[in-house]
Design a protein around this ligand. Structure first.
Ligand code: PMP
Length: 350
């Protein structure tokens, strides 16, 4: 830390991304990426876009916006594209929260919410999950804070119904409720239809998971046009060209290739069921997940030990060293081959 850093920077504990070691080839099941390549059409459009890299990208992402508006049945001013959905979350914190307008989110959830809050000096309320790791939406009614809920939640994979989301949105008419749907395409219910009914609902999504474009850094937020205008004020006050040419093109291709999208997510859902069954048959307890990962533990074996031994065998999973999570590992649902490699490694370890 330099002597020049401000008080907020001094205090913030930055987000720790999942490790990306390069010392050997790993079966990488630690950062919830897709095991499948991006849509071939997305890659073709990205390659063509690369030829124009000398020019700035379209700050309005017009082609992508038009395609998304059609795909999601919304107006063009009800969506904003961002550099990964992390940036959409960043914009939401910058637009809706400050020292006097706090944020509320579950005590166990995506770690970036707390990081953004600290970075912007936003007071937070972290609401405990129930013992079974579920969110009780009654805890969020009338909290008078901007609410952030990942649905499905991370790292548990547990999801709320759209009725429960609606209750939360309805119960906070004076505040924005941000529903982070990074993992929604793997079987949970989306709250998308509710944006026409409520002016305080913001939905955040990503191309990183179900559309295999994690490295392209493309996310978006959908909501009432005034909310989107607020996010655009932040974007045009920080980085108007936030989505590069190749990512805009790849996103357009991925969005148009709905057949490939459906093929990939169906495979992930099948593989998730397979992994869950196989883990259970080996004595693991696995949280019921509607995401592309499974949170699991085995009685008598520490989560950290499983993580370390798997790493030795060339398999990366994620371990969180906090009291309620320490028994568990989070395993990304990979390809069938990757999962069989993991299961074999687990057999040897256990
Ligand atoms: N939300 C949740 C719940 C996540 O797990 C992630 C991925 N780490 C993100 C948002 C951000 O994803 P991206 O920036 O790649 O869109």
């Amino acid at each position: 830390m330099s002597k020049f850093s401000n008080q907020r920077i001094k205090k913030v504990t930055a987000y720790t991304p999942g490790e990306q070691p390069k010392d050997r080839r790993y079966v990488k099941l630690n950062t919830n990426e897709s095991p499948f390549a991006p849509s071939p059409y997305a890659l073709r459009l990205a390659r063509l876009a690369a030829a124009d890299l000398k020019l700035y990208s379209d700050p309005e992402c017009r082609e992508l916006t038009a395609a998304a508006a059609e795909a999601f049945g919304i107006e063009k001013d009800e969506i904003i594209f961002t550099n990964g959905s992390d940036e959409a979350l960043n914009f939401a914190f910058a637009a809706f929260c400050d020292e006097n307008n706090g944020a509320a989110f579950p005590d166990i959830t995506y770690g970036f919410y707390k990081v953004f809050a600290d970075l912007y000096g936003v007071p937070t309320v972290e609401i405990p999950l129930k013992d079974d790791f579920s969110v009780d939406v009654n805890d969020y009614i009338g909290v008078y804070k901007t609410v952030f809920i990942a649905n499905p939640n991370a790292p548990t994979g547990k999801a709320l119904s759209v009725g429960e989301i609606e209750k939360t949105v309805k119960g906070n008419p004076e505040n924005v409720v941000v529903i982070d749907e990074a993992y929604v395409d793997f079987g949970a219910q989306t709250a998308l239809p509710l944006i026409k009914k409520y002016d305080n609902l913001l939905i955040v999504r990503t191309f990183s998971k179900s559309r295999s474009l994690a490295g392209g850094r493309l996310g978006f937020a959908i909501g009432n046009k005034e909310l989107i205008a607020d996010l655009n004020r932040v974007k045009y006050s920080t980085n108007p060209y936030n989505v590069n040419r190749m990512s805009q093109a790849a996103g357009l291709g991925a969005l148009c290739d709905s057949e490939y999208f459906d093929y990939c997510r169906e495979k992930i859902i099948n593989n998730r069921n397979y992994l869950s069954m196989q883990l259970k048959s080996r004595g693991f307890e696995a949280v019921d997940s509607l995401a592309n990962f499974i949170f699991a533990k085995k009685a008598g074996v520490a989560g950290k030990e499983i993580y370390l031994k798997l790493k030795e065998k060339g398999v990366l999973v994620r371990h969180f060293d906090t009291p309620r999570l320490t028994d568990y590992v989070r395993i990304t649902v990979g390809s069938k081959e990757e999962l069989d490699f993991l299961l074999e490694a687990l057999e040897e370890i256990l």
